[in-house]
Design a protein around this ligand. Sequence first.
Ligand code: FAM
Length: 434
Amino acid sequence: MAGLKDILHKKILEQRPRVKRLLQEHGDVLFDQVTIGQVIGGARGIKCLVTDISHLDPEEGVRFRGRTIPETFAALPKAPGSCYPYVEGFWYYLLTGEVPTERQALDVVADFQRRQQIPEYVFDALRAMPRDLHPMAMLSAAVVAMQGESVFARRYNEGMNKMDYWEPMYEDACDLLARLPGIAAFIYRLKYRDDSPISADPDLDMGGNFAHMMGIEAPYDDVARMYFILHSDHESGNVSAHTTRLVASALADAYYSFSAGVNGLSGPLHGLANQEVLRWIQGVMKKLGGKLPSEAELTDFLWDTLNSGQVIPGYGHAVLRKTDPRFSAQMTFCEKHLADDPMFQLVQMIYRVAPKILMEHGKARNPWPNVDAQSGVIQWHFGVTEYDFYTVLFAVGRAIGVLANITWDRALGYPLERPKSVTLDMLEEATKGR
Ligand code: FAM
């Protein structure tokens, strides 16, 4: 049976003529228009990126290769005794757009087990860093420290045909993805568990192995599978995805590119929001002597946050205009496993109260929760209470989407990104006579 790489190659050969035709026959078709508001406003909503890995509908949320989150979870093969798919099968799915059979998913599991060995110098480098360094900085440094392993960089230096770029990019992407859970778990146990790393179990899949290396019992393996898949991709315009693709568009390899994406994810308006949610929730609990607030008390706390000029973390989104289905998917997990957890009960209460307040406040275009509004609470429940680590988990998941994207970018020959800048004078000039 053909393996993932062969099927990917077949798909690439099918897709290349589409890009060529669009460019050659329709390259000058007008597809979007740009307002001054968008130029000044962070390029919000300008349709100028292309990806087939995922698509984000403002009302419905993300679709991975055309499937919603529940459809994706239902379609993919599951680990034995697990309610969630193999992450490796999901990687297969994102790369090819085809649902793998169990055998095909298990082949990727075996391939990743062969690739997961982390070079010893990565551990040495991490141990040499200040222990109070943010774990996202550690992760970014660990990733870029492995740049010397890049097959793409080596083959590029040797002189490689453009049509072959995707192949070493795929190799780097698989190597990096297979190692990331081990690096993340190492950082966790180095920083927060007195430098007591747990070696990978060579027989486990990615989710199972991550739980094992963290030292946390089931169902944390399912938390890992769910979490990594949910955080994988959200179109390519968000900061971490776009940064990774932008850097890779200069033909930087996967290590440089993903390390840059990790740095972007570390911003409080993006990936860091999940640690901010926990800090904020703890603040509510602390202020009320450790007990659950009443809805009236929570309302006051929410207004205090807004009136002091801060955002309500975990709420709002640049594209979404409804409750994030990634929030809903985690809610389903929590209802099953965390129903009695007071922090989860508080998350539910915030969900009842915050959207109304944000609407009344009148600024946020989307008053509904995003993925971060409860992901930290799940981690806390399973003993990962060090909330500055949460964005590292986001990053491991995000790698799946962005590495699939940059493999396809090289396969389809997408060029160096270079949008045009203008000056304020030019914008004012355009408004003359209006
Ligand atoms: N609380 C208070 N104010 C908010 C808000 C929130 N949750 N969300 C948006 N606003 C404000 C925003 O600050 C802006 O105010 P100014 O005009 O004074 O600058 C105004 O509403 C309009 O913003 P918007 O157009 O609705 O949102 P943006 O597209 O500019 O920003 C977010 C989107 C996600 C950065 C923003 O909603 C936010 O800061 N949310 C809280 C932080 C958060 O949860 N980030 C995680 C996002 C997540 F999806 C991820 O990437 N991991």
